[in-house]
Write a protein that binds this ligand. Sequence first.
Ligand code: TPP
Length: 426
Amino acid sequence: MTDVGHLTNLKTNQRRFAPTLAHITGITGPLHWNTHLLQQADLLVALGTRLGMQQTGFNWKQFIPVGKVVQVDCDPTELQKGHPRVNLPICGDANTVLEFITEQSGYGNYNEWVGFCREVRALIPLDDPQNCCGDGFISPYQFCLRLSELSTNHDVVVPCSSGGANTVMQQAFQVKQGQRAFNSGGLAAMGYGLCGAIGAAFAANGRRTILVEGDGGFTQNLQELGTVSANHLNLKIFLFDNNGYASIRMTQKNYFGGHYVGCDRETGLGIPNWEHLFAAYGIPVMPIGVGYQEDESFLRLFESTGPAAFLVKIDPNQTYFPKISSRVGPDGAMESNPLHLMSPELPAEVAAKVCKYPPAEPVALRLLAPQRGLFATVRSKSKNKSKNLVLLSSLPQHGQFEGEHTPGILKVRLPPRQSRGISLLD
Ligand SMILES: Cc1ncc(C[n+]2csc(CCOP(=O)(O)OP(=O)(O)O)c2C)c(N)n1
């Protein structure tokens, strides 16, 4: 099974100890490699993962555009929620299904695909060179990569669940074997970080727990510093100090013409003086920046037992590329790109290697002469008639179609009383 290429939605990057693992899936923290591999797959087997829009992208109709999807979930409502398209829903325990699958043999040889996954992964850096940061700030990518090196196999790691700290931890933090790392990225609730880390620190029973959280998210539950202090938890808090809700500031800049409201101190957001706040709870606090991993006083505090806070100076205008772009449509509604169309685009020579099995672009198709229960012919309006046609969605029994096609024409066996609503990709 490990030879077929796999991704995780555990929300952290475990590529070091899982050689065929591509990366996490989803819209927060994706990298070009995972979205490209996912979108070129022939078959996705989703085990115990709900395939929510945080994973499929808001443009879920173009999730796995050429492949088929098998979803295993113990909650039937997840299988019936209507998105994304699932060809084979299985209601059951992912462990049982996984055990069954691993006991079988004869799955074939996937060396070509696994080799391709490795090649794609090696081609794309964790720290996208287009993410620059201003003078006096530390790159969040460099911060995370250094933190990965400093952390040990015994640490428990809690990335928060929203904002830039969540994104970069998912993109760049390298979980080590033995480490426990978790967050609630699917829910994406601000404020989760500190509370999640407190629970983790209690459960870790003295093992060092590392929290990485944005200043906006941290503000939501900062009163819980009392719990940290009163219980002398072995919790190391890294706070991205970027003057508030940078993600919201970016949204207001990109989609609301720079009309800034309630996103930073200047526009009405109440953020405390962090050094005063931690001091008030008797928690040692230290600002850190470039080269922090070699600073003796930092290392002493990081390796001490008990709570400590580190203020990480992040550029308020920091970008977290690549990302899925959205735009405001003509009707004012938001439209999002599918997972494989990320911004900024890959350099042409890299894209040529990465997009070996490219997902097709949607094109309008006409349904001709539907005959219920029989073949209906669908003719492509596309000038390029040589591409493969792929049925995307809309039929209630996805995957029940029988495709027989000559270039440009697909014959579809329509289920009785279903002659409309066919959407195809050319
Ligand atoms: C409870 C809750 N309210 C609102 C949001 C929407 N939201 C997503 S990110 C964000 C700002 C987070 O600020 P911060 O933690 O400082 O991260 P930054 O954006 O600065 O990287 C907001 C308001 C959310 N995810 N959760």
